[in-house]
Design a protein around this ligand. Structure first.
Ligand code: AMP
Ligand code: MN
Ligand code: MN
Length: 342
């Protein structure tokens, strides 16, 4: 897939969809299922920007239970959120955020057909180009980068509310400016966001560095059972662990607390590939994978029905945990990045 961004025609088409909204047109914003900081931050920041443009009838939503993960409950623009069950059935315009494929829209996927028009803002190289108009930039560190560029075309000034949403998105997807996606442009955008007066220390503490004591103990247990397979991925190594619904229940924790687990697992020096299996139902797992550079984990994920980025990807796994890991193991060699071989 070419690493090129939207064309001038794509930008013009996206602008036209918004400019040509009928008076009192209804806009529905949708981000991906199990929303992360980029999904919620790009969607809510863009929604606040549209509001400044005078769009009055607007909803933001995501598929599945309408629960916002605790780390994001301080985000500006949360008043835009409605449960998926209450989302406009036939909006004039639907805008999708951070979703690489239709499957990430869950039960809201029908809006692509029932809406007057569909605009897609994303940065996954694996984006399937669903919907009508695409602003998909695989070079962008986060979907919020694309969202900010579109708002800038309308002359919407960054206020502290919009800035906080986009900052959360940017820090989430760059691992707080640690990943290679952290380009000079990322720091330039971060500088403009910080110039609105938002407080990076407060935001980071809330979003990344706060969890209930029960989650701390749960992490201890789940990390304690991690398995290291040095021979996997042609000797690059695999480390993995799993967390069940029973683990969550015993520690009285909500599923989203597990999203931070992969960051503790991927530290393992002896493994290039890391993986966390998070049980979502009996025999069903949400899989998070990361690579340090030897393996294209998005290839593994796509082969197993999911998607993502080269070094961060996921899919839905079925069966026993051991079976799911066997399926991953079986895909690792084919996903070795050629320049890293030998
Ligand atoms: P996560 O491990 O949930 O942080 O996800 C890492 C990356 O993989 C993100 O870019 C997600 O969009 C993508 N991803 C995770 N789960 C899935 C899935 N079931 N289907 C498609 N992409 C996924
Ligand atoms: Mn995301
Ligand atoms: Mn993203």
């Amino acid at each position: 897939m070419p690493e090129t961004g939207p064309t001038a025609a794509d930008w013009a088409a996206a602008e036209a969809l918004i400019r040509e909204l009928p008076p009192d047109g209804r806009v529905l914003l949708i981000c991906h299922v199990n929303p992360d900081g980029d999904a919620l931050g790009s969607m809510l920041g863009f929604g606040l920007g549209l509001r400044r443009l005078g769009v009055r009838r607007m909803q933001a939503t995501f598929p599945g239970p309408p629960e916002v993960p605790e780390p994001f409950r301080g985000l500006p623009g949360l008043d835009l959120l409605v449960p998926a069950t209450e989302a406009y059935p036939d909006p004039d315009l639907v805008i999708c955020f951070d979703a690489a494929s239709e499957s990430r829209l869950g039960e809201l996927v029908d809006r692509l057909d029932t809406a007057g028009a569909a605009l897609v803002l994303d940065h996954h190289a694996s984006n399937t180009r669903f919907g009508g108009v695409h602003l998909v930039d695989p070079r962008a560190a986060a979907t919020s980068v694309v969202a900010e560029q579109l708002l800038a075309r309308f002359g919407v000034p960054l206020d502290a509310g919009i800035a906080e949403c986009f900052y959360v998105a940017l820090t989430t997807d760059t691992g707080s400016f640690r990943f290679d996606a952290t380009t000079p442009e990322v720091h330039q955008l971060a500088a403009r966001l910080l110039a609105t007066g938002i407080r990076p220390g407060d935001i980071s503490r809330r979003v990344f560095d706060t969890r209930p004591f029960g989650a701390v103990r749960l992490f201890g247990e789940v990390l304690g059972r991690a398995r290291l397979e040095p021979a996997a991925a042609a000797g690059r190594g695999l480390v993995w662990t799993w967390a069940t619904l029973d683990d969550l229940a015993r520690h009285d924790q909500r599923p989203y607390v597990l999203e931070a687990l992969i960051d503790s697992v991927r530290c393992t020096a002896e493994a290039d590939v890391s993986c966390v299996l998070k049980q979502t139902a009996p025999g069903e797992w949400a899989i998070s994978m990361r690579s340090k550079g030897a393996v294209d984990v998005s290839r593994v994920a796509v082969a197993l029905g999911g998607g993502g980025h080269r070094f961060a990807a996921g899919f839905t796994g079925r069966g026993a945990a051991e079976e799911v890991v066997a399926a991953i193991r079986g895909q690792l060699d084919a996903a070795l990045i050629p320049t890293a071989v030998g």
